[in-house]
Design a protein around this ligand. Structure first.
Ligand SMILES: [Zn+2]
Ligand SMILES: [Zn+2]
Length: 393
């Protein structure tokens, strides 16, 4: 049986998406977006509650008991000035839905509408998670702390993310790591200042900082398995006063990214060792501070396999297994708690001008992809609920 997403539903999803797109809100400021979600859930007679300030959880109970599937959509926008020229472009200066979270929220509301209509034949239930602050500081953990996956206990969870690498009509389902762990690195090198003409009377922090930047390249190039994924990027370097003064302090910052938890720990350890070694060699002091970001998103392998074949049997969606990315996603925390799947939704089309990547001021999606996203979410709940039947056979 192929799931049909009718025209009225598709129109409603576009309408919701554009309304959210016009009024982008940053992390934990999603008051209007959360209110829109609550109004839509009310109109569908779906029970809901507030969590994590601007998060909303909705509950759809099937006629018969069974497994519990959760669907997660993020709601926050980015501090970007939109330059798409769309008729429904951002009306709030300096804020833009440039990552597609407007589409994620609208598609989850569309899926809610379909699922409510299927309640009579549904075995099990569906938890709808509308999450704030994915772009930072992170809304997944506070939602988990407020029991997002606990009552009823969720058996499997999925999220959609729009992807401008994939054509409309295609979804991406891959097993294992699909997004990276993202840790911030802050490094301070301290020497002793002095006159630029008498370097021997001072301890210059600048050459030590420069040597550190170069030596850090060794972490990925020579110390990490070439088949593992890792990034060490130094993004900023700041220090010194003027041309004839020896710099007493230099600050650097960067990002560490990896897929494998063991590689993640190794990066931190190696960066600290190299910074300390260079500092000793140059007679300066160095201080390394790591700010832990989101862990890597690890898609559950059996779930990915089961879902890919389920979609193959039940729909005309094309399923691909796109390569993992080094971007971050706080869905990782949900997927650490229960089997989870980050599913990519193809939104690319030349004709709709949807070719720019996420976080670009020109980012846009082909709205023809929205019904496919709704279908994907509904199919996931069916797959998750049916796998119980298979197990108990
Ligand atoms: Zn983003
Ligand atoms: Zn995003």
């Amino acid at each position: 049986m192929t799931l049909e997403i009718d025209g009225t539903l598709a129109e409603r999803v576009v309408e919701l998406r554009r309304a959210i797109h016009r009024r982008p809100e940053l992390g934990f400021e999603e008051h209007a977006t959360a209110a829109l979600v609550e109004r839509e859930l009310d109109s569908l007679k779906i029970r809901h509650r507030r969590v994590a300030a601007t998060g909303v959880i909705g509950y759809i109970e099937g006629a018969a008991p069974g497994r519990v599937a959760a669907l997660r959509a993020d709601m926050d926008a980015l501090p970007i000035v939109e330059r798409t020229g769309l008729s429904f472009a951002s009306e709030i200066e300096g804020k833009m839905h440039a990552c597609g979270h407007d589409a994620h929220t609208a598609m989850l509301l569309g899926a809610a509408r379909v699922l409510v209509g299927m309640r009579a034949t549904m075995r099990g239930s569906v938890v709808l998670l509308f999450q704030p602050a994915e772009e930072g500081p992170g809304g997944a953990l506070p939602m988990l702390e407020e029991g997002a996956l606990d009552a009823p206990p969720v058996d499997a969870i999925a999220m959609l993310h729009v992807d401008s690498r994939l054509e409309v009509g295609t979804i991406g389902v891959a097993a294992g790591p699909v997004n990276a762990a993202t840790d911030e690195l802050y490094l301070t090198v301290r020497g002793r200042g002095g006159h630029g003409g008498y370097p021997h009377t001072a301890v210059d922090a600048l050459p030590a900082a420069a040597a550190t930047v170069l030596a850090l390249q060794n972490v990925v190039a020579r110390e990490t398995d070439p088949l593992a994924s890792a990034v060490v990027t130094i993004g900023t370097i700041a220090g010194g006063y003027r041309s004839n003064v020896i710099a007493d302090e230099v600050s650097l910052s960067g990002t560490l990214r990896s897929h494998d938890p063991a590689v993640r720990e190794a990066l931190v350890e190696r960066v600290a060792r190299i910074a300390a070694g260079i500092a000793a060699a140059y007679g300066v002091e160095s201080e390394v501070r790591i700010v832990r970001g989101y862990p890597a998103v690890i898609n559950d392998a059996p779930l990915a396999e089961a879902f890919a074949s389920f979609v193959g049997e039940r729909s005309s969606l094309r399923v691909e297994a796109p390569p993992a990315t080094m971007g971050g996603e706080d869905f990782a925390y949900f997927a650490q708690r229960v089997p989870g799947l980050l599913i990519r939704l193809g939104v690319r089309s030349e004709s709709a001008g949807a070719t720019h990547p996420g976080h670009s001021a020109l980012f846009r999606i082909d709205e023809a992809a929205l019904p496919f996203g709704v279908e994907t979410l509904v199919l996931f709940t069916q797959c998750a609920q049916e796998s119980r039947d298979r197990e108990s056979d």
